[in-house]
Design a protein around this ligand. Structure first.
Ligand SMILES: NC(=O)c1ccc[n+]([C@@H]2O[C@H](COP(=O)([O-])OP(=O)(O)OC[C@H]3O[C@@H](n4cnc5c(N)ncnc54)[C@H](OP(=O)(O)O)[C@@H]3O)[C@@H](O)[C@H]2O)c1
Length: 334
């Protein structure tokens, strides 16, 4: 590490890297983007030049072999997270891997073991958890602002029109639950600070076999429920509502507020009685700064890979239920 800055390598020319995470690392206080790799060396060079990245490689292996890289960011299709995280760990690189961490919880745990054995950190890149909006919701719930919380309703939908998109390819780990429903599952587990005991889901499947739309219920202990829907075929929504015995919190922009201010509405029975403004911030920058700070030894990583495994375990149970036409499914412990 140079001058207390983590030297990042980027595996692929993925859109999310180009649009959000590479700019976030470049803007971060404790990281630099040292290299980018693509399956196509020429393309890697073009993108690296465009984004001001000093080194490019024509294969992911070459980047992993570069001793000048401390950590990698992996924004590959979901089906490739497992393979490249394990390879990166074995190459001694710390890893920030896109969500969902893998296709199933067993893979996630193998990735966690590989990272531990190599002495590197591994974290799933759920950036929304670093937005202060979530901390503010947590604080309101802890203060009892809406009483005893019993229900969470969340949605993350958008309309995908390009049939070649990775989200529509079942062999690449596509599907709306894998892509955006995973946020709703993560949010539900995070706000209830618990794992669901049982889930139920119904889905519409594309001709290629991915869930284009899914509606699910997570049953937590003590009469607490989370309901969500996600889709690749519906108008854009990314919202949630937390319902307690005394009131309701409404979040019109839940996961991707950009750098705009966001609002939390609090309602205790009448019209929206109160609202809180959360100042806009780049949640991707906060995420990469947190991870780099953990690698640089300033703090423990806030979300270990075992947390990601538990999220994927719930996703597995939801898919089992959806494939069995809504049959309730127990969530196996990780
Ligand atoms: N946290 C967030 O806000 C957020 C947002 C969007 C997506 N994501 C996650 O980020 C990951 C990438 O999503 P994206 O939309 O950015 O993907 P994308 O633009 O389609 O990019 C995926 C990249 O993976 C590489 N790749 C390697 N093997 C491939 C294959 N067989 N087919 C297609 N691409 C292949 C390609 O890069 P090269 O050709 O350069 O090697 C491609 O550019 C996913 O895991 C997704 O869930 C997260």
């Amino acid at each position: 590490m140079t001058n207390d800055k983590l030297r990042w390598g980027i595996l692929s020319t993925a859109n999310i890297g180009k649009k959000a995470v590479i700019p976030a690392i470049k803007a971060s206080s404790n990281g630099t983007v040292a290299a980018l790799a693509s399956r196509d060396g020429q393309h890697a060079q073009v993108v690296a030049t465009e984004l001001g990245i000093p080194q490019s490689y024509g294969s992911y292996e070459e980047l992993l072999a570069d001793p000048g890289i401390d950590a990698v960011y992996i924004p590959l299709p979901n089906s490739l997270h497992y393979e490249w995280t394990i390879k990166a760990a074995r190459a001694g690189k710390h890893i920030l891997c896109e969500k969902p961490l893998a296709l199933n919880a067993d893979q996630c745990m193998e990735m966690a073991v590989a990272a531990e054995q190599a002495g590197v950190l591994l974290m799933e890149a759920f950036m929304y958890r670093f937005h202060p909006q979530l901390a503010q919701v947590r604080a309101l719930l802890d203060q009892g602002a809406i009483g005893d919380v019993r229900l969470l309703r969340s949605a993350f939908t958008f309309r995908l029109t390009n049939p070649a998109n990775i989200r529509l390819q079942s062999e690449l780990g596509g599907g709306s639950l894998m892509d955006v429903g995973c946020y709703c599952v993560n949010l539900s587990r995070t706000l209830f600070d618990a794992e669901p005991v049982e889930v139920q889901a119904f889905a519409s499947w594309s001709a290629g076999g991915v869930d284009e739309q899914i509606v699910g219920t997570l049953h937590f202990a003590n009469g607490r429920y989370a309901q969500f829907d996600s889709a690749l075929t519906l108008a854009r929504r990314e919202t949630y509502q937390v319902v307690g015995t005394d009131g309701v919190l409404d979040l019109p922009v839940a996961f991707l507020p950009g750098t705009n201010d966001t609002l939390i509405y609090q309602n205790r029975g009448g019209p929206n009685e109160q609202s809180y403004t959360v100042a806009g911030v780049d949640e991707y920058r906060l995420m990469v700064e947190h991870f780099a700070g953990a690698v640089l030894g300033q703090r423990p990583v806030r979300y270990p890979a075992s947390e990601a495994a538990r999220n994927v375990r719930v996703i597995e149970a939801l898919y089992r239920s959806a494939r069995n036409n809504g049959r309730p499914e127990a969530v196996e412990p990780v």
